[in-house]
Design a protein around this ligand. Structure first.
Ligand code: SAM
Length: 198
């Protein structure tokens, strides 16, 4: 019913989407997983043609990718450094037979952006400097990683072609290179829609 409604472009509540997850994952929802409406808006913008390949930089429990894959004609790829979250995301995709999505267990610094057409970024590196609830303690969290990961994303985005689309949510814009213009903004400036112009 959740994915059926998304396919039919019907709105669904985050509370309903969260029923896919265990209590411990639900508890992280407010700070770590994209709200359904935000994911739909972002995915719609990022998929500007059918089969467009969208990369979610730090895909968590797969929420953005699963919503994008169901509500658009794009192909969604989520890169996530925590293996248990990758397994969980893939399990949901398999259970619900969502084919146009793939989850990759990797650090983003091992991923070349050249294979993808557009990008989604929900301030994924902030947990290295933030004070709110950490997802878990399975990976080292260090301030210097916030800067080195942001730098890596900026360098990769620099190499993308003109016309590349990017959506950022709660970002501090550190990872956005010169050449990306802000096309639209929503949610009091927290959700931003970018396109590369030069
Ligand atoms: C704020 S959550 C966003 C999850 C998902 N994109 C969403 O919107 O629902 C950020 C995720 O990025 C992951 N992450 C952080 N740094 C990463 C890195 N260097 N490489 C891969 N994943 C990373 C975290 O483990 C976390 O699951």
């Amino acid at each position: 019913m959740i994915f059926k409604n998304l396919q039919l472009n019907k709105g669904i509540e985050d509370k309903l989407f969260n029923t896919l997850y265990s209590l411990s994952i639900k508890k992280l929802s407010e700070h770590h997983w994209t709200p359904v409406e935000v994911a739909k808006l972002a995915a719609d913008y990022l998929v500007d043609k059918p089969k467009c390949k969208v990369l979610d930089i730090g895909s968590g429990v797969g929420k953005f990718c699963l919503i994008g894959a169901t509500s658009t004609k794009g192909r969604f790829y989520g890169v996530e450094q925590r293996s248990r979250l990758v397994k969980l995301s893939q399990k949901i995709a398999n259970t619900h037979k969502i084919k146009n999505v793939e989850f990759i267990h990797s650090n983003i610094t091992q991923v070349s952006f050249s294979k993808y057409n557009s990008f989604y970024f929900y301030n994924s590196f902030y947990e290295n400097i933030g004070r709110f609830q950490a997802i878990d303690t399975t990976i080292p969290l260090e301030e210097k990683l916030y800067y080195s990961y942001s730098q890596y994303v900026e360098n990769q985005l620099k190499k993308t072609p003109i016309g590349t689309r990017l959506v950022t949510y709660w970002s501090e814009w550190l990872e956005i290179p010169e050449g990306f213009d802000l096309e639209f903004t929503a949610y009091d400036g927290k959700l931003n829609f970018w396109e590369k112009k030069f």
